[in-house]
Design a protein around this ligand. Structure first.
Ligand SMILES: [Fe+2]
Ligand SMILES: [Fe+2]
Length: 328
């Protein structure tokens, strides 16, 4: 474990983060190259956390009483998280993702409303997440309500927050009961080199794509500026929910779809890796993803949400942006 601590990291006014890359020293740096934004001062005590432009003050600890995304904390979960990423990095290959997109793009498994899916998701626990030990619907509503407070006029963003993790239903038997490594965790591109900023990067050495000369250069099979939509990203709940929303004809703005699709793409939105694939539209959408992401990460704490109280508001948004029943 390497812990390098120097100065605080501040999130800028547009949710723009300073680059949180492993080669920088003003961060808490973990051995796997993952960086936790943190302000540590005298006595090694954490005294403050990220404060956004709009009064959202991030809590210091998660529901386990530990710092957020601290993969090296003396946590009982830490080992299972590492094992999770080992399996993820070995098994997520270009061919695997291609097959999954084809298979799940058929949307021939279930018909249900967005709210029904929110309730269904309560049966799911995310092994990859060191911070979250509550029913998923709590996390969804905590995220959505925190954003709603700070961005009251962006109703599409409230709904995006509510639905961003619904793709985790892939873990349930009726959706094929996919293993955790094929559903959750950070995502990354396939078809080009695995960037060093990807958490637990060392395990890629056992991935068949690692030594494929077609794939293991900086741009691999892609060209610079080709646009992220043309880049294959590891399969999971992000890409699945994006497919579901798009194919069911959502009227959410492009930024909402971008958030859903890339919210686990930490190498991009935290470390700035793979930016050479972005086009102009991606640049614009990334600003919203930065805003969204700090709420996604820091709302996983013991702030209870009265589900019945807020439900009518979210049902009205669902009606505005989605059909009554969706194909999944
Ligand atoms: Fe997620
Ligand atoms: Fe989330």
């Amino acid at each position: 474990m390497t812990i390098l601590i120097d100065q605080p990291e501040i999130i800028g006014s547009q949710g723009d983060t300073n680059k949180l890359c492993p080669d920088q020293t003003n961060e808490l740096v973990l051995d796997a190259g993952f960086v936790v934004p943190k302000d540590v001062s005298n006595n090694g005590r954490v005294i403050s956390e990220l404060v956004s432009n709009n009064e959202f003050i991030a809590p210091e600890i998660n529901s386990f009483g530990q710092s957020f995304r601290d993969y090296d904390a003396e946590s009982e979960r830490q080992k299972s998280v590492e094992e999770f990423y080992r399996l993820n990095h070995i098994n997520q290959t270009y061919d695997f993702v291609k097959k999954m997109r084809e298979e799940y793009g058929k949307l021939n498994r279930v018909e249900m409303s967005i709210w029904e899916c929110c309730e269904l998701l309560n049966e799911v626990v995310d092994d990859s997440d060191p911070d979250l030990d509550e029913p998923q619907i709590e996390h969804l509503l905590q995220t959505a309500e925190a954003i709603r407070k700070d961005y009251p006029d962006e109703d599409w963003l409230h709904l995006t927050a509510l639905i961003h993790d619904l793709g985790k239903v892939l873990l349930l038997p009726v959706f094929g009961g996919l293993p955790q490594w094929a559903v959750v965790g950070d995502t990354h591109p396939l078809g080009c080199a695995f960037d060093e900023s990807i958490v637990h990067h060392k395990y890629f050495k056992e991935n068949p794509d690692y030594n494929n000369p077609e794939f293991n250069t900086k741009s691999g099979i892609y060209t610079e500026g080709c646009g992220l939509e043309n880049v294959m990203i590891s399969w999971g709940h992000d890409d699945y929910m994006y497919l579901v929303a798009k194919e069911n004809g959502t009227t959410l703005p492009q930024a909402g779809l971008f958030i859903i699709r890339y919210h686990s793409f930490y190498p991009l939105h935290k470390c700035g890796a793979y930016k050479h694939f972005m086009n102009k539209e991606d640049e614009e959408n990334l600003k919203w993803l930065h805003i969204f992401n700090k709420y996604d990460l820091y709302s996983k704490s013991k702030v209870r949400v009265d589900i019945e109280k807020v439900k009518p508001y979210y049902l009205s948004l669902i009606e505005k942006y989605f059909p009554a029943k969706l194909k999944w």
